[in-house]
Design a protein around this ligand. Sequence first.
Ligand code: F6R
Length: 607
Amino acid sequence: MCGIIGFTGNLEAKKVLLGGLQALEYRGYDSAGIAYVDKFGIQTVKTTGKVSNLLEKVEQSNGLDSNCGIGHTRWATHGGVSDTNSHPHSCGNVTIIHNGIIENYHELETELAATGRHPISQTDTEIAAMLFDSLYQGDAVDTIKKAVTKLEGAYAFCILFSDQPGVIYCIRNGSPLVATHATDGSFIASDMVALIDYSKEYFVVPEKHIVTMTADEIVVTTLTGEVIAPKMLYVNWDMTAAKKGGYPHFMLKEIFEQPDSLRNTIMPRIKKGHLPDFSTDNIPDSLYDGINRIIITACGTAMHAGLVGRVLLEKLVRIPVTVEIASEFRYGDPVLDSSTLVITLSQSGETADTLAAIRLAKEKNAKTLSIVNVKGSSIARESDYVLYTHAGPEIAVASTKAYTAQLSCLYLLSFHYALVKGMITEEECANYIGHLQAVIPAIEKTLTLDKTIDEICQSLAKTEDLFFIGRGLDYALSCEGSIKLKEISYIHSEAYAAGELKHGTLSLVTEGIPVISLATQSNVYSKMISNIREVRARGAMVILITNGHLDVEETIYDHHIALTELDDLFAPFTAAIVLQLIAYYTSVHRGLNVDQPRNLAKSVTVE
Ligand code: F6R
């Protein structure tokens, strides 16, 4: 969702704010704006479009001689995309930027009308600015305390008061904020990617605590006025990880980073002679005691990783597993108790529906384990146990390396769980771990197919509809291939369990329609071949993806991609790479903005 940055110190605010907004642009990119404090008061520059548009506008406005300011990239929720609706918003003494949704903004607007305050935009944020202004009598902390009792919904605010130059106040509830004080001053942002140039040390702003930032220090207080010392965290990646590094797009860079992100995620958890070990993650073996059911819940791509996890856990641990879309799960009155383990998956660790799913699970006494990429994120903090994926920052909106890192954690978890429960022997477990390690060189080899895939995608880019089909693990992969293609190429596609096609959907398969057919699983290979023949008989253009060791008849495909040979259970890793490259090159051939597809944003912190 929206990106926030704030700075006060001894650097040029323009440089910090605009640089930060460029780094945060992946979070929201329909408009951008900054407010800065100079000798004339608080000045605002904002515009629709990309941060580059804002840059131009800032260059045109003379001056901007300031060491304190706030900046925002927007992903519209309330009110369309317009200059007026862009942040910052001001009312009287107050100028704010906001990430989140104020749910009771209508009621507040009616109340505030009685004080003579009327919005000029259609945003909930401007109503919040009006609220802060209506409560302000010179004491910012008191104003924020009072405002918090009235605001409902999720928010992260940075607030400037015109009579307090050089001071930025912040508060958050649900929406992310991290902060750091470094030699050049005090910094706050939605995400460390905006601050990594200045510090590797930071803290996650605790919810509903007031942050007061000056050039000299950051003070964090509770709503009752107690000063607290927030827990410091360290970023274990450097600036190069948050830059394109010679690749044309972040997505391609992140696809190619997967051997490393998997190595970083898997290797520290293999100990004791090739057995999985979660002791450094503080996950005790007793986590599995008394569990008779697992629910995996997440959104989008993370949920698709869960579909693969289900197959693994059921096969190896022999425990029933269901996979639920988090936004359905949270309102679905699920049956949960202390014998249920709820596993959530999230790259950002801030996805509102996934977070709500954890809260619901805990309320009903289920045990919770999350697989998360962002350290110290809300989902990580609120879960009983966390397995971090060490994928590094994922900037492209389409998730790639986080997905395969999530898969690797689910594989490790399945092996560990099965071993602890005595479902597999140490020898069998070590054998599985060996196969998992073999995935890394296999992915390296698969990445060399990128030129071949690029060529195939030239024709795919011309289509408006296509299908992905597969069975078992390949069906789970088809769901992922389909969302990836849709989100960045805007081609309509459907993922179908291959056996289900003839129950309705086959009527859509006509001459020339591409059908990306995943056939990596030996146990259903002959069934898949029959399904492929069915679509070919209706004129489909078949792109066949098989595991290296399977025999393939030339008459059943138009294009064939043979994956590096892996044990069938591990083929999702290499298949995922091919599907990611298909989505990537198709989007490139359609001339689209791969990293920032329309209407989407990276971290979905609203429902
Ligand atoms: C698709 C994609 C989304 C996310 C989903 C969950 O490429 O990135 O579907 O997977 O929004 O986000 P996280 O993993 O941050 O909870």
